[in-house]
Design a protein. Structure first.
Length: 496
């Protein structure tokens, strides 16, 4: 603990964002370049180095937060990088994309603003790359065993890197033309520029991980062939089966799933397209769904110069502070949060009908109506109570040329035939069933990430990949593994 009084004398400061009018004109990250480093040592000094650091428990990776906070406060960036990378393969991803349950579990957060753990994390990660503290770590020797990882999202990449470093020969299969899963085609560049992903992938290639893109396992290569070719297979395909909205008018043109819309914007940023075929330019956009994916659609539509953008959230407007009775510390509370996209929408007044920023809370879709050509023209909604029951007399209509459904995901997509070809058992939710060792009902086949856990956070995906890699390594090494297993397959986030 570098400064015993830091938590009392230093207020919380966060990485400042660029002015809204500036950042909505480009796809660069929303933060002011170089503005984090001058404040981060002071913020690390606010850490109390608690005897029982609940931030450890709140983070499924078990990040050694007080340790690297202390090292940053002392300007020992190399040691801080070592402690950070000891538990997290990709801190530059989580430091930008994770909603930071660790900060909700910070002991200081009982009665003060929490330590800026997420900002400290990303500062260490970026400094590590800048100073060369994250070189490739190829294994000293190869085991002679082979592993196929299906899916290159954070769970698949974490599993692949851990297994490669353990000495196994690993090939990652990705159905898209580039590696990264939703990190590549799903997360907008204004939240994380793809250079961070590309840099980490080059590290993995230098360590020996092989990547097979544009390959649909189950179609381009049969599941049986894959199983026969490798000693073990890790399924990390994600939960990409999106939820539908079964209301009148759903068949109209102009209504799309969020994950049909967002990847096209990412492809524009990659240079594959000049303009997205689903561009929101000049359109009245309504986003159905109040989560992070909906916010990503919001920020994207704003940058595409939509005529208006409104986001519907079926939940009521959250309170500004934690409800200690229903969501006590150190659980992650549902409070009103203003993401960068919502801040942009609020300042630009993209949704004149909205109460707060661009969101209409406690709102449920009744139906869509279209024009004579069969294209969506309007969305009719109704306000609902806390049990989601419609409130009579609250119906209203919003203009809608483009509707984006951001309702979450129910499990892995079965359209490629992989799960059925292997005979993988699924639970009633549609996610993959596995045992205490992350193993499926098919010998030699393991499952990690959202495909088995269900839709979750990036930190849980990375933790799943690390833990599944340890289980695979134990089998291939006949019971002995030095790889860490931060979680079990049935572990859950802290809840009241």
């Amino acid at each position: 603990m570098a400064d015993p009084k830091g938590f009392m004398t230093t207020p919380r400061e966060e990485w400042p964002r660029r002015p809204v009018e500036e950042r909505v004109r480009d796809w660069n990250e929303v933060y002011v370049p170089g503005a984090l480093l001058p404040i981060i040592s002071r913020q690390a000094n606010r850490c109390m180095d608690c005897g029982i650091p609940f931030c450890h428990e709140a983070c499924p990776l078990g990040n050694l937060i007080p340790e690297w906070n202390d090292l940053v406060s002392r300007q020992d960036w190399r040691a801080a990088s070592d402690r950070l990378h000891a538990t997290n393969n990709f801190p530059e991803f989580t430091g930008r994309l994770c909603p930071a349950p660790c900060e909700a579990g910070c002991v200081l957060a009982i009665n003060q603003p929490a330590v800026t753990i997420k900002n400290v994390e990303v500062a260490i990660a970026d400094r590590a790359w800048q100073e060369g503290f994250a070189p490739p770590r190829p294994p000293d020797r190869l085991s002679g065993r082979t592993v196929a990882v299906v899916g290159s999202g954070p769970a698949g990449l974490a599993a692949a890197q851990q297994l490669t470093r353990a000495g196994h020969t690993v090939a990652v299969y990705e159905r898209a033309d580039r590696v990264g899963g939703l990190l590549r085609y799903g997360i907008p560049a204004f939240k994380m520029e793809k250079r961070h992903l590309n840099r980490r992938l080059e590290q993995m290639r230098a360590e020996g991980t092989k990547f097979r893109t544009s390959t649909v396992v189950g179609r381009d290569i049969g599941a049986a062939e894959l199983r026969a070719r490798y000693d073990a297979v890790v399924l990390a395909t994600g939960a990409t089966a999106w939820r539908e909205l079964d209301v009148p008018g759903r068949e109209l043109a102009g209504i799309h799933q969020a994950m049909e819309y967002l990847p096209l914007a990412d492809r524009v940023c990659e240079g594959d397209l000049e303009v997205s075929p689903l561009s929101a330019a000049g359109k009245h956009v309504v986003i159905v769904g109040g989560g992070d994916t909906g916010a990503d659609c919001l920020g994207t539509a704003v940058r595409e110069a939509a005529a208006s953008v409104t986001q519907l959230d079926i939940y009521p407007l959250p309170e500004a502070e934690r409800d200690e009775d229903t969501e006590p510390w150190p659980t992650y509370p549902k409070i009103y949060r203003l993401s960068a996209a919502h801040e942009e929408a609020r300042e630009l007044r993209t949704a004149p009908a909205a109460v707060a920023d661009a969101r209409l809370f406690a709102a449920s879709t009744l139906r869509f109506t279209g024009d004579p050509d069969g294209h969506v023209q309007a969305l009719q909604l109704v306000e609902v109570d806390e049990r989601r029951r419609p409130l009579p007399g609250t119906e209203r209509t919003l203009p809608a040329d483009l509707v984006l459904l951001a309702l979450g995901f129910s499990g892995p997509d079965r359209g490629d035939g992989l799960i059925d070809q292997l005979g993988i058992a699924l639970d009633p939710r549609g996610t993959i069933v596995r045992d205490d060792e992350f193993a499926t009902n098919v010998p030699g086949v393991y499952a990690a990430g959202d495909a088995a856990r269900g839709q979750s956070l990036i930190v849980w995906a990375i933790a799943e990949g690390r833990a599944a890699a340890a289980a695979v390594d134990r089998r291939l090494s006949e019971g002995a593994s030095h790889l860490p297993a931060p979680i079990g397959p049935y572990d859950k986030p802290m809840r009241a």
